[in-house]
Design a protein around this ligand. Structure first.
Ligand SMILES: [Zn+2]
Length: 134
């Protein structure tokens, strides 16, 4: 077990203290940030995007692309073991929800219309991510 996972909040009250109000809404309550408002929408810096809640490595900047959707998009996770996919039938739609495997935090959704070879588009909220610059 890593030092970071030992520090993992045990309940929602602890999560509220650890995260910003917006991060709490997205990561814990599965909200979606307003398009084009996130800090990483247009970021081209190189590095590793990690879970804002627990620091797990999620997406490499090499997998990031910008198709004008208003959210950071990736064509592949850095490590498939670090994410979990769930069928989400909210809002009358069937979508695939993407969560952090380590902390269960909501990251965004996965779509099958990616522009690269993988055909995948991981549409992720900026506030669920932190960038560790290379
Ligand atoms: Zn996490």
């Amino acid at each position: 077990m890593s030092a970071e996972s030992k520090k993992m909040p045990k309940d929602e009250l602890e999560w509220k203290k650890k995260l910003t109000p917006q991060q709490y809404q997205v990561l814990r309550e599965k909200s979606t940030e307003i398009p084009f408002t996130g800090k990483f929408v247009h970021t081209k810096d190189k590095g590793m995007y990690v879970c804002a809640a627990c620091g797990t490595e999620l997406f490499s900047s090499d997998a990031k692309f910008d198709r004008g959707t208003g959210w950071p998009s990736f064509d592949n996770p850095a490590n498939i073991q670090n994410i979990e996919l769930h069928v989400d039938k909210g809002f009358g739609l069937t979508r695939t929800e993407v969560t952090c495997k380590n902390c269960g935090g909501h990251l965004g959704h996965l779509f099958d219309d990616g522009p690269t070879q993988t055909g995948k588009r991981f549409c992720i909220n900026s506030c669920s991510l932190e960038l560790k610059k290379a």
